[in-house]
Design a protein around this ligand. Structure first.
Ligand SMILES: [Zn+2]
Length: 103
């Protein structure tokens, strides 16, 4: 009972400290900062994705186009990863099946 009562307070405390200390950018790292909220990103495509997802109504045409390109690239790499994961699962499944059949 006391755990559930204290849980929300602990969560809000954690998120408020996350906002303050979340962006620990090393001094020698190049960071692409969001011009709307200042959040830093290690890659320009991640910044473009963030702008499209967090600030969709404030973008100009160039930023919208950058978001679409980054989104398409992300979708493509995700579908590639899904295919590779499915292939690995099939290999593992039939590998274990063959081991079970032989042993
Ligand atoms: Zn932002």
């Amino acid at each position: 009972m006391t755990d559930t009562a204290t849980q929300p307070a602990a969560d809000t405390a954690a998120t408020s400290t996350d906002d303050e200390a979340a962006y620990d950018v090393p001094a020698d790292a190049t960071a692409y900062s969001c011009s709307y909220c200042g959040r830093p990103f290690a890659r320009e495509s991640w910044l473009a994705l963030h702008r499209g997802l967090a600030h969709p109504n404030e973008l100009d045409d160039e930023e919208v186009e950058a978001f679409r390109v980054a989104h398409d690239e992300e979708e493509e790499s995700l579908s590639t990863f899904r295919l590779q994961a499915l292939g690995a699962l099939v290999l593992i499944y039939f590998g274990f099946l063959m081991v079970y059949a032989l042993v």
